[in-house]
Design a protein around this ligand. Structure first.
Ligand code: ASP
Length: 322
């Protein structure tokens, strides 16, 4: 039997409600080993043990926990006693953590993240099946070398592509540009595609600290001249309009940020497609286009690039490689 460690970080999957029929609950209340003990079915798939890394709503996730999580993953995966890792997480920032780990874990062993939209004691909670399926995917030989995978609602998604697209629906996650890479139905795993972008063992990133990168959201009539100034900010990702268009005030602000040696990445507030700039020449402006990464994933890649002290041309290449 495969040996799988479940690292728990909290979220709705560990959430508790006072009523099985209430949409109100508290994230991150139940210990992972209590969750694992609550269903026997997983004992037939693998030898599983749980470790609580933290027990938070993922709105409280931050760079320090990411660094702790990747250190723990790399330590466990380098051991012959561990065949794969499952990470439970809140849905809100799952996609950012998944992409961060996808670029920093140094192993081909399966790493699978999962979550739930309904709390542990909700009527018809999705947590147990999602976790059962995540452990099944982690135990499957075909999952090795796929990068970090996200398993939710019977679907398998690639860390780079997946995004939370609905605030409350059970099928909250999808991969808008590429679609899911596989399905898992009552533990039966099938893959259909894999990522052509570099990850895990091919990835060069090995961060100790993550420089501050902020995200700015553009909108019609944006008024940005009152924006804070901070020397701590090393990068800005703009959730721009459409294919990277910028309101006049945002363009002016980003040019001044660039002149102050802040690296500017242009992503989009649209949930799909690539940014290549039909109306603006990003290279000429000294900006970087995010390719198909959404703003929150662009921020992860920019933080990692800045942590390895790369120049703007190298960072630009990273957005084509990762
Ligand atoms: N606030 C929760 C979280 O992201 C929502 C969830 O898990 O679905 O942790």
């Amino acid at each position: 039997m495969k040996k799988i460690v479940v690292l728990a970080t909290g979220g709705t999957i560990a959430g508790s409600s006072t009523s099985s029929l209430s949409g109100k609950y508290e994230s991150g209340k139940i210990d992972i080993n209590d969750i694992l003990d609550s269903f026997d079915e997983i004992k037939d798939i693998a030898k599983v043990c749980g470790i609580d890394i933290c027990n938070i709503g993922s709105q409280n996730m931050n760079e320090n926990i990411w660094l702790e999580l990747v250190r723990k993953c790399n330590e466990l995966l380098s051991s012959n006693e561990v065949d794969a890792i499952v990470i439970t997480h809140g849905t809100d920032t799952l996609e950012e953590s998944a992409y961060f780990l996808n670029l920093t874990i140094k192993s081909h062993k399966p790493v699978v993240m999962s979550a739930a939209m309904r709390s542990h004691n909700s009527l018809s909670s999705d947590g147990a099946m999602n976790l059962y399926n995540a452990i099944s995917v982690a135990a499957a030989d075909e999952s090795a070398g796929m990068g970090v995978l996200v398993v939710i609602n019977d679907e398998i998604h690639l860390a780079r592509e997946v995004s939370k697209m609905d605030t409350i629906a059970l099928n909250a996650f999808s991969s808008p540009n590429c679609g899911k890479c596989g399905i898992v139905h009552y533990g039966k795993v099938k893959f259909y595609t894999k990522s052509l972008r570099q990850h895990t063992l091919q990835s060069k990133f090995n961060p100790d600290i993550l420089p501050r990168v902020d995200i700015l959201y553009d909108y019609a009539g944006a008024k940005i001249e009152t924006l804070y100034k901070s020397n701590a900010i090393k990068g800005i990702v703009c959730a721009a309009l459409g294919n990277g268009n910028l309101s006049p005030q945002m363009l002016k602000f980003l040019k001044s940020a660039r002149d102050n040696e802040v690296v500017v990445v242009i992503s989009s507030r649209v949930n799909g497609g690539v940014i290549n700039g039909s109306e603006l020449d990003f290279a000429e402006l000294g900006f970087i286009a995010s390719d198909s990464l959404n703003p929150q994933k662009s921020r992860v890649l920019l933080m990692l690039s800045l942590s390895s002290k790369e120049d703007i041309e190298k960072i630009r290449d990273n957005f084509d490689i990762y």
